[in-house]
Write a protein that binds this ligand. Structure first.
Ligand code: SF4
Ligand code: SF4
Length: 332
């Protein structure tokens, strides 16, 4: 209900901040380091970023401006700014914000973070050890296992075409990570290409159908695979455009300079929505298909609320511009 209130008031309930441009990994297919990611011609690695008190104050200022209910802290790898996070997290949770840190776990995750119900840590693990270690060194399996000891984490795997070369690959992945006591949930996204992209990671339409069938079967055997049937089905029929994507419309993404808005969603650039495999987008899109008692579809209610919110936001922005003009006139 709080999220609905945010939508009707014309504010995004979720904020995602790339708190640093730095990452010790160089994963093939990384969207954050795609040259078109920011849409400004400047790649993420060259953007101005902050550290120390400037970063802490800058993030808090953004949060106080946007007042999100949920904050994703991403990068680069946000654990590069561990000391700043130690200062930020208590201040963010004290504001009632749920914080999600998305990391490669290249460095030790403080166990006390994951004991806090307002903080969740999602660790990206892309495939079984031989492939993962090759793609994501220095955040290798050995290192991840050491760095999550004593924590409660969500594993997030992005399924790429290479993982489908052998039958049973995803099942082996689930066997390994489900057995770990640190793992509370496993999420699987599918690789989302940019439009026109030719890459080894990109799945074909038949790959996507095959993964959906496999995930449906795996979820009955591995309760930690936290993915509803309706979400999995969305991977075969994702939102057709950013305008249809509730996730893109309800999440504001800001880059490491703490001002550039990344559009149309966290991928930036020109993502191919028809091949979207983002778990957050699929989850929200699936919810829009539900019918409320009385038969009204959640999606129809969302679109009406979003239109009201957009009108209110436009009015707020007009008033702010008018106030700025008055200040300029009175100071001349
Ligand atoms: S860890 Fe994430 S940000 Fe860093 S290179 Fe890999 S995909 Fe990109
Ligand atoms: S999250 Fe997926 S569907 Fe939504 S705008 Fe991005 S690429 Fe398109």
């Amino acid at each position: 209900m709080r999220a609905w209130g945010r939508i009707i008031s014309g504010r995004a309930p979720s904020l995602s901040i790339e708190i640093t441009r730095e990452c010790p990994l160089s994963c093939p297919g990384c969207y954050a380091y795609n040259d078109e990611h920011l849409g400004t011609g400047v790649p993420l690695r060259e953007v101005r970023d902050f550290r120390g008190q400037q970063l802490v104050d800058g993030v808090l200022a953004l949060v106080d401006e946007h007042k999100p209910l949920h904050l994703s802290i991403v990068g680069g790898d946000p654990m590069v700014r561990l000391f700043e996070l130690e200062e930020l997290l208590p201040k963010l949770t004290a504001r009632g914000i749920h914080c999600q840190i998305v990391t490669s776990a290249f460095r030790k995750i403080p166990a006390e973070w994951t004991a806090n119900p307002h903080i969740s840590v999602t660790v990206s693990i892309d495939g079984l050890q031989p492939e993962h270690d090759e793609r994501r060194k220095p955040a290798t399996y050995d290192r991840i296992l050491r760095n999550i000891e004593g924590c409660k984490i969500t594993v997030h795997c992005t399924v790429t075409r290479q993982m489908l070369a052998r039958d049973g690959y995803l099942e082996d992945f689930m066997e390994f990570w489900s057995a770990r006591p640190e793992v509370e949930k496993v999420w699987m996204s599918l690789y989302t290409p940019q439009r026109g992209e030719i890459s080894s990671e990109r799945l074909t339409a038949s790959d996507r159908k095959r993964v959906a069938v496999e995930l449906s079967s795996l979820r009955s055997r591995f309760p930690k695979l936290d993915m509803a049937e309706s979400l999995i089905a969305t991977y075969v029929d994702p939102p057709k455009s950013p305008e249809e994507c509730v996730f893109a419309q309800t999440t504001e993404t800001i880059s490491a300079d703490l001002k550039t808005r990344i559009k149309p969603c966290q991928f930036g650039g020109d993502p191919d929505c028809s091949q979207c495999g983002c778990i957050a987008s699929a989850g929200l899109h699936a919810i829009t298909k539900y019918r409320l008692p009385g038969g009204l579809q959640v999606g129809a209610l969302y679109r009406t609320s979003h239109r009201i919110g957009a009108a209110r936001r436009a009015m707020r922005e007009r008033k702010a511009r008018a106030a700025e003009s008055l200040v300029e006139v009175s100071s001349t």
